[in-house]
Design a protein around this ligand. Structure first.
Ligand code: JFZ
Length: 329
């Protein structure tokens, strides 16, 4: 346990990858741009869910090459990857046996999570799995538990969640940790006892598994602390697109900061939102996070075909040149 967290503290720089069905739409629908993060486009009410939910039939990343991804990450100098196994839309990039809405139902068919885990592990890069609890596609997902029927459905959903997480850890035993998301709704807030037992259970499956604070719902914004102010999980997941300024800001916790290169938006968008960060800015942010004891995680949003935007490739290459000189990579 301590050895695993000691390694985690030494990472410094990580890579985040958001890839899924939303990558096909590229942040627009019928030629109109969605003024939000591209991976949230399904929640844009002008995209009918029935139309979004059949995008699996189009997902066929012909030029995807996990080894090329991992080599780019290695050259960039990242020490770990956090990869979207399932985002809010519910589409699974591994062939889960608990839903039909998976990569197996796409023309591509092959297990993308396995390809990514194997390729990055081979390059010596630790792999963490991003997993959204909130699941827009699953019939038993609830935002709140208002009726008895809601509670019954959500009990099924909790079992589904536990089964999927068990499946991921059993299929990919190299997994170092889990980065949770989509835990902010009342339904999850009302499931605190389940969440506690889930954390213990997952750790029993993989000794030393590192679990982010966002597994827990919390009432206090995004710090994910319990009623006594004690950090939940192994590290604080709250630093999202913002950089702490002083040690006081990080409350003595372990923490990571995840960052988009554009102003916002994690999945691929044809037109990105706001300023595209320069390599210099990303390096300054890395140094600032490392100086305050955190890890800095730069997000990449590949296109649906599995290729990276040329601007991302340039950032990765230049960061790598800096890391080679200025870190003990
Ligand atoms: C979430 C997702 O909704 C988003 O699509 C992306 O995956 C990102 C990494 O995580 O977005 C959030 C979640 C929590 C906060 C902000 C954005 N927060 O706590 O401030």
């Amino acid at each position: 346990m301590d050895a695993d967290m000691a390694k985690w503290r030494g990472y410094g720089l990580g890579q985040f990858i958001h890839w899924g069905l939303y990558s096909i739409l590229e942040g627009k629908y019928k030629g109109k741009y969605y003024n939000g993060a591209a991976e949230w486009i399904r929640s844009w009410k002008e995209v009918p869910n029935a139309e979004y939910d059949v995008l699996n039939k189009q997902f066929n990343p012909a030029t995807f090459n996990a080894t090329a991804w991992a080599k780019m990450a290695k050259q960039m100098g990242v020490k770990y990857l956090t990869f979207t196994t399932k985002h809010h839309d519910g589409f699974c990039l591994w062939p889960s046996k608990y839903t039909d809405y998976t990569i197996e139902s796409s023309p591509y068919k092959k297990d993308i999570v396995k390809e990514v885990v194997d390729a990055y592990t081979k390059e010596g890069i630790d792999v963490y799995l991003y997993f959204s609890i909130m699941d827009w596609h699953h019939p038993d997902w609830r935002y709140d538990l208002k009726t008895k029927e809601d509670s019954i459905a959500f009990d099924r959903f909790k079992l589904f969640t536990k089964n999927q997480l068990t499946e991921l850890l059993q299929r990919y035993p190299q997994t170092k940790g889990l980065w949770f998301d989509g835990t902010w709704d009342n339904s999850w807030k009302k499931s605190g006892a389940f969440t506690d037992s889930l954390e213990q259970y997952l750790k029993s499956l993989v000794p030393g598994l590192i679990i982010g604070s966002r597994l827990r719902a919390d009432e206090k914004g995004n710090r994910h602390v319990d009623a006594n102010g004690v950090l939940m999980g192994d590290y604080e997941q709250g630093w999202e697109r913002k950089i702490p300024k002083t040690y006081a800001d990080v409350h003595g916790n372990d923490w990571d900061c995840v960052m988009t290169i554009p102003e916002n938006g994690w999945g691929y968008a044809e037109k990105w939102m706001g300023h595209w960060k320069t390599t210099n800015e990303l390096i300054e942010m890395t140094a600032q996070c490392v100086s305050l004891g955190g890890n800095f995680v730069v997000n990449f949003g590949p296109k649906a075909d599995g290729s990276f935007r040329k601007e991302e490739i340039a950032n990765a290459k230049e960061i790598g040149e800096w890391m080679k000189i200025n870190s003990d990579a």
